[in-house]
Write a protein that binds this ligand. Sequence first.
Ligand SMILES: [Zn+2]
Length: 388
Amino acid sequence: MNDIAQNYYSHLVKAVITTNECAKKFYSFDEETHRKNYYSHSAALVEKDLASNYPNLTQKEKNIIIAQQCEILLNDEKQRRLTGRSSTIIKLEEVINRTLSQQGISLENFPYFAELPTGKLNATIIKVPNTTQYLVLFENQIYTFVLLLSKVFALSLPIYRDRVGESGISIDDSSIARHLYNNPEAFQRFYELITAYVLTGSVNNAPKYIPSYEVSYITEQLIHSMEIFVVAHEFGHLINGHFEKSNDFNIVENYLGIKPVNEVHFNWNLEWEADVTGAQLALASSLITGITLPWVYTSIQLFFHGLHFFDRASSLFSKETYNPEDKRILVKSLSHPAPALRHEHLFGSNGIEKDASGLSEIVVKILNILWYEIEPKLLELKSKLKTE
Ligand SMILES: [Zn+2]
């Protein structure tokens, strides 16, 4: 049992609530207020989804489904806020657990999974001080980040249908460019996502939208595999014994703005090792989730490189003079190495086998096209904000 980890988590939540207003609001769940604000919004999304995917339902049938879905969503949100554990976390725990036993890996203590506003678009593993128990903490924004990034990427893919109606994705440069410039929605959505994060501090403030069935399907594959990789990387630290190897316990004083928490800043060699184990686990999990390997590879790349463009956008807005060619931006990262280096190490000589489908190779191309399209608009916005 990881009851010690669970108690330590409650302690962290209490500490966060006293210092962080947003966290306080998040963890105090008032059902009535929430129902008012959340319900109509969820209902509208479910209705839109039904209209595009199940156009033959009668209004009465739709209303029943909408009411059921909204109750499920509301209950999940309630659980999430009261316990720090959403249905997503519980599902992830199961997939990781099953993947580990299938790989013959046994851990002394399976970490306790929960959410905490850490301010990083990531998950993090911490050791409960003076024990052998661990916590895997998920930043509250991470689901939205993973969702919206995957959606933008899926919108950017040139999906075609062949003569028998099977769909596929063209991965050549000209098809990608043609698709993006003929369907500029991806540019707009990327811009909205980046500006929500940089200007409001939360990706949760980006506008919500429901894409087509195909885009939604691809998004689902990417979300699940990306979440698995994010957690699996953290398990990589645990499985490879990094907590024992790393003697420079860097106690981050201002982590969460509360009392010191033992968060290890692993050195980069340990990060590469965690990436390799994480990717191996994520690829192995496809036997359990049924998500095919090209999507797993693609989601890993998308996570690495997506984070990089968020860093880049932050630096664009925070620096007085922003030079797009400044190579230092490319290696800017506090806790993890730059994506290009992570990529190189992951698929290098001691890493894992490359993606034979080639699908994941288009991640960088697409993100670059998206970025260079929105960069002038971001600079324009920056100067507008300055003069206001
Ligand atoms: Zn790491």
